[in-house]
Design a protein. Structure first.
Length: 378
């Protein structure tokens, strides 16, 4: 089949490079109107124009020929960001993050050309319940019910990423800007989570739980544009309340709290895999700490230089496995090595490397060696 220009890829590539139409136009000598027509599918760029655009965006030309598969083509739900700021930089950050979500869906499509993934299995609230009507205590009840349905008992969760991916929900770790710790959305019935690869292990675990909370609670919330500020705050508070209850269930967690000193909270961090900062917030939510006590603990944290980095933050973060295990299966059972899959997928290597928890170098074909045999002339 002849290669065909895919308009969506140009918009995604531009978003991944945090460029506006004007930015790209100035660098490629293509008018803003012309680029817009390319992205909307109204016109197809001439080969030399596409080469110039691809070179400026630093994307392989093959990327712009990759079609859109059934998962990526599915209607995307509201993307849950962590901010409503509307500066030029935050808008570009959000567009880039949404493009990363699209790429996760594209990786799923590339994988499903070879293997079948099970449908996502997410415990959800009743469709008759308006999620925006749920109180904090009711969100706690939902989180407790989810723990029960997943067979978690009341103890610490050893690997949150594995827990989520075992429900066939891809989790992708990728560099995100400061203040955007994670995001999530549904593509049709298939959910995706992207969290910052720069977060510490314990913060990353809570980020995954937070986005999982959005998927459990907020699937029915779908609006054009963005939420208003009041609804946004409510939705984010609910996701944090869910994450706190999922990671630190009140019934068992409080039995481990024998002191609220920082040293005692550090021991709780080691046991439950949640940061001291998040534990303090959880204890405040549960009524164990009042505002003055929280303020005092935060002062102590600053005095110990724990504001930016806590003891134990150098622990290795959890890894995603859903995509990598399929890639390993293709290599072992179908004879399709990683570099061949990467070539067929036609996706940017840094994106694919993040999805597969590997390095771009692993996705490049091995260098050919001279295999011609010589012998001395007799």
């Amino acid at each position: 089949m002849q290669a065909k220009f895919e308009p969506r890829r140009l918009k995604q590539a531009r978003a991944l490079r945090r460029m506006t139409l004007a930015d790209l136009g100035a660098r490629t000598d293509v008018t803003r109107q012309g680029l817009s027509q390319f992205e909307n599918g109204d016109r197809v760029p001439a080969p030399e124009t596409l080469l110039r655009i691809a070179a400026e965006l630093d994307f392989p030309i093959e990327f712009f020929w990759r079609g859109v598969g059934p998962v990526e083509r599915s209607p995307r739900s509201l993307v849950h960001y962590r901010s409503l700021r509307r500066t030029r930089d935050t808008i570009l950050d959000k567009q880039r993050a949404a493009a990363v979500l699209d790429m996760a869906a594209a990786v799923m499509d590339a994988m499903q050309e070879h293997v079948d993934y099970a449908d996502a299995d997410i415990p959800k609230i009743s469709p008759d319940v308006d999620p925006l009507s749920l109180s904090g205590d009711e969100v706690e009840e939902v989180a407790n019910a989810v723990r029960k349905e997943l067979g978690l008992g009341l103890g610490p969760i050893s690997d949150v990423t594995l827990l989520v991916e075992n429900r066939s929900i891809p989790v992708m770790h990728f560099p995100l800007p400061d203040g955007m710790d994670g995001l999530s959305a549904y593509y049709g019935r298939r959910p995706f989570i992207v969290v910052s690869s720069d977060a510490t292990r314990d913060r990353s675990r809570l980020n995954v739980a937070h986005e999982f909370g959005h998927l459990v609670l907020h699937e029915s919330i779908s609006v054009e544009g963005e939420l208003d500020i009041e609804t946004f705050r409510l939705v984010e508070d609910q996701a944090w309340r869910f994450a706190g209850a999922l990671m630190l269930p009140a019934e068992s967690f409080l039995k481990d709290v024998y002191s609220t000193s920082l040293d005692a909270l550090l021991l709780l961090k080691k046991r439950w895999g949640v940061s001291v900062a998040a534990i303090i917030k959880r204890l405040q939510v549960l009524g164990i700490l009042n505002q003055d006590q929280v303020k005092y603990l935060n002062i102590q944290k600053r005095q110990r230089n724990w504001s930016r980095a806590e003891p134990g933050d150098d622990a290795q973060r959890e890894s995603s496995r859903l995509f990598r295990r399929a890639a390993d299966y293709l290599s072992a059972e179908a004879g399709i090595p990683l570099h061949q899959f990467a070539a067929e997928a036609r996706l940017p290597l840094p994106i694919l490397a993040s999805a597969l928890e590997t390095t771009p170098a692993e996705l490049i074909p091995p260098r050919m060696e001279n295999v011609v045999q010589f012998r001395p002339k007799g």
